[in-house]
Design a protein around this ligand. Structure first.
Ligand SMILES: Nc1ncnc2c1ncn2[C@@H]1O[C@H](COP(=O)(O)OP(=O)(O)OP(=O)(O)O)[C@@H](O)[C@H]1O
Length: 299
């Protein structure tokens, strides 16, 4: 049971939007797609869902081609949100739920639970146009999951949400994953992928530049971050052999170092000079990896 992308390429005229992408996303997995604007994330999702033709390669879900329009086991939150503004939330969800094979009472039972969960039960009788953009997004998320899909594709699910709603949505996707839903989502925000995904792919101009498990990607990057808080000048570390980046912090500095062995040498060098209050060796962040692989231009 898995989603498989096999040497997938998409061209629009002479422009290649996705270039030779191969991936396997196992069942009950949360998979993150990262990439800058125009990297090819939405195009990949549309191909997965059968909404766009594939130029080369193929995509299967449990061995078969996907057709989002006819399948009731797939959920999709598109990047361009699109609910009917004049319809009440209840009527909208009943309509969409029925398209997915649900009865009206099944929809209303599920909808009540979701609105409670998202702390907006009073929205049930409101027209969509009366809700703020962020709250419309929560309703659209509900419309993507109300039929309990097995495969859920979320295009930028957290964009435009305030921190409290981001947390509500994160908890919801974690629960869906634990109940067995395979989830693929895109994001510009590294920390969301870092927090939620076991596996990820970074796309750059349509090509995968990093892919695999988060843990292995971090380990294979080699470089580490070293956070030092100390009562002494630390500027001399800028020129220390093996120190790749130096960033001044209010209470000390953050270094990117070539390998973890170097941290021992740095610690010895500091000991004779003064009091060290914090000395933390950390894995590189996904942001460090993204910036190195995709280029500082993205920042
Ligand atoms: N229908 C289309 N016709 C022509 N070119 C397209 C079409 N759809 C997408 N593209 C091009 O394909 C490339 C990838 O676009 P895509 O929307 O997949 O990127 P994305 O990673 O989702 O970006 P963003 O984060 O900005 O949403 C872009 O260069 C875009 O201009």
């Amino acid at each position: 049971m898995s989603l498989v992308l096999n040497h997938v390429t998409k061209k629009f005229g002479n422009d290649t939007a996705v270039n030779n992408l191969s991936l396997e996303i196992p069942d009950s997995e949360m998979f993150g797609f990262l990439g800058g604007n125009g990297a090819g994330k939405t195009t990949t999702f549309r191909m997965i869902l059968g909404l766009l033709d594939i130029t080369e390669g193929n995509i299967t879900w449990n061995g078969s081609k996907i057709n989002y329009r006819t399948s009731d086991v797939i959920g999709y939150l598109p990047e361009e949100r699109g609910l009917y503004p004049k319809l009440k939330v209840k009527d909208q969800l009943v309509y969409l739920g029925k398209l997915r094979g649900m009865t009206k009472s099944e929809v209303l039972t599920e909808l009540d639970q979701w609105l409670e969960r998202f702390k907006v039960p009073e929205y049930i009788d409101k027209k969509v146009e009366e809700l703020s953009k962020g709250n419309q997004q929560k309703i659209q998320f509900i419309s993507a999951v109300i039929h309990k899909p097995k495969l859920l594709i979320l295009d930028e699910p957290f964009s435009g949400l305030d921190p409290i709603n981001v947390e509500l949505l994160k908890d919801a996707v974690i629960d869906l994953k634990n109940q067995g839903t395979s989830i693929v989502f895109s994001s510009h925000r590294m920390e969301h992928v870092e927090e939620l995904c076991e596996h990820l792919c970074i796309l750059h101009k349509g090509s995968p530049v990093v892919q695999g498990s988060l843990r292995e990607i971090k380990q294979s990057f080699g470089k580490k971050n070293l956070i030092i808080h100390a009562d002494m000048p630390l500027e001399f570390l800028k020129d220390y052999s093996g120190v790749l980046k130096y960033k001044k912090l209010a209470e000390g500095c953050e270094l990117q170092i070539e390998n973890e062995d170097l941290s021992q040498k740095i610690f010895s060098a500091l000991q004779n000079k003064g009091f060290v209050r914090k000395f933390n060796l950390e894995e590189p962040s996904l942001n460090d990896i993204f910036i190195e692989k995709v280029g500082a231009a993205y920042e």
